[in-house]
Design a protein. Structure first.
Ligand code: ACO
Length: 427
């Protein structure tokens, strides 16, 4: 196959390089097109645009494949844990046992929030959304650890390992501080003898005299974090890379990513799924009425559909069986899980969903597990952010290391042509 393509526009032809990825994906390189021809490419919403070359994550949406650094998500879900996957994403290789215990120790040491950061989070308005609190907490953390947060790319890269461990350690503590404040309880200090997820569950919910946390619950949470750890150039990761491309430090880049994740079409979908399932349940519908209204465009089946997957999201498959296991470990039955199963069954046989290749995505079952673990619905997206942090950080590092130009898309202007200022008195 030729490594060149030819574009004909008007009377001229332009040669474009063809970029071929390691999984044989092909892209026409249009980076010189404007310079050579005066035209740009147009791709509203970037659905057909490769914004970078990356070695972090591979997705084949048609086949339902997701791999971190070459490892299949199903194999990692079965054999690895979240902190191990953090190092895989951050460094490109699975850690040795010495590297992993070193990292665990570092994360454990960083779990105590600096007192001014805790104060900052606790002083936010009572009704602030946990995602806003998380973004604010991250910026405050950067301020409190200013040696890790310089906006000098070289220094930020030299300190990256510490900054990454600090952020991964602090996010659960920030989430717990915000939650405890909301429910009127005082902050619970981390317990260094617990693993990452047990510690988080304990910081969120433990009260004096509670029984130790069941290990199958912290395993379920670890799996959710692992499955969310990266997903290549999605909205929040692209936001993180965009901010990083301007030279901003990891704390600021991740605070922006947290804000991008918040929306209901992105990370906020896990909350929206639970709200949808609860509404269906309380209306007495078994799901059929809701499917009909989604087909008529009156509502959207949240947790279904994906810009990239035109097949079953491999993470949803894993979470569907994890959901059964978690509910069994907790000894609870969930009427909304029955509704979710029914929605999936009906949708997967319906021509509307089949023709549009709409399948369950990662959010369809994750919320049911999180609800069963006791997380309030408005914290679900925060949990997504904790899971996604290593991915964002790996992308920050990739941008910082490859050091290409600031990201700056162009546009096709469709506004008024030149007009002249009318004095206020004449308008
Ligand atoms: N329910 C009903 N119809 C849908 C859904 C849905 N969940 N998703 C897409 N469609 C329909 C659209 O109405 C459109 O129909 P049309 O061709 O008749 O106009 C067609 O399918 C294509 O949809 P788009 O909106 O063009 O798909 P896009 O790739 O832009 O959007 C998205 C993807 C945002 C995920 C969409 O499927 C959606 O809104 N899903 C529900 C929200 C959700 O679960 N988001 C989480 C995504 S995963 C993540 O961020 C972690």
């Amino acid at each position: 196959m030729s490594d060149k393509a030819t574009l004909t526009f008007g009377d001229s032809s332009f040669e474009l390089n063809v970029l071929i990825g390691t999984e044989n994906e092909k892209a026409l390189d249009v980076s010189q097109l404007r310079k050579n021809s005066g035209v740009i490419t147009y791709d509203d919403g970037y659905g057909n645009t490769g914004s970078c070359e990356s070695s972090v994550t591979f997705i084949d949406g048609d086949k339902g494949i997701l791999r971190y650094r070459g490892y299949d998500i199903a194999e990692l879900a079965e054999k690895a844990n979240f902190l191990e996957v953090c190092l895989l994403l951050l460094n490109g290789e699975l850690p040795t046992s010495a590297q992993l215990s070193n990292f665990q120790e570092k994360v454990s040491a960083f779990q105590n929030l600096p007192s001014e950061v805790l104060k900052a989070v606790e002083s936010l308005p009572a009704n602030i959304h946990p995602m806003a609190s998380l973004a604010t907490g991250l910026q405050a953390l950067g301020g409190a650890c200013s040696h890790l947060c310089t906006n000098d790319r070289q220094k930020d890269l030299e300190n990256f390992d510490d900054a990454a461990a600090l952020i991964i350690a602090a996010l659960p503590a920030l989430a717990a501080a915000s939650h405890r404040k909301k429910v009127g309880e005082s902050f619970k200090n981390p317990d260094k003898s617990h693993n990452y997820c047990t510690n988080f569950l304990s910081m969120m919910f433990a009260k004096e005299g509670d029984k130790p946390i069941n290990s199958s619950l912290s395993k379920a949470l670890d799996l959710i974090f692992l499955l969310h750890a990266d997903h290549e150039q999605n909205c929040s990761t692209s936001t993180c890379r965009m901010i990083a491309s301007g030279g901003a430090n990891p704390f600021a880049s991740l605070a922006g990513a947290v804000s991008a994740l918040w929306g209901p079409l992105h990370g906020g979908a896990n909350m929206a799924v639970i709200n949808m399932l609860n509404d269906i349940h309380s209306s007495g519908d078994d799901g059929s009425g809701f499917i009909q209204s989604a087909k008529e465009g009156k509502s959207r089946l949240m947790g279904f559909g994906h810009r990239v997957y035109r097949n079953y999201d491999p993470r949803a498959k894993i979470l569907k069986s994890a959901c059964d296991q978690a509910l069994e470990a907790l000894g609870v039955s969930s009427p909304i899980l029955d509704i979710a199963r029914r929605l999936e069954e009906v949708a997967l046989q319906d021509p509307y969903f089949i023709d549009r290749k709409l399948y369950p995505n990662v959010d369809f079952y994750s919320g049911i597990i999180l609800q069963a673990l006791g997380f309030p619905t408005n914290t679900f997206t925060v949990l997504f952010a904790i899971g996604r942090a290593p991915g964002w950080l790996a992308h920050w590092k990739e941008i910082a290391q490859t050091g290409k130009r600031i990201h700056r898309p162009r546009q096709i202007y469709q506004g008024s042509t030149l007009r002249y200022y009318e004095p206020l008195a004449n308008r």
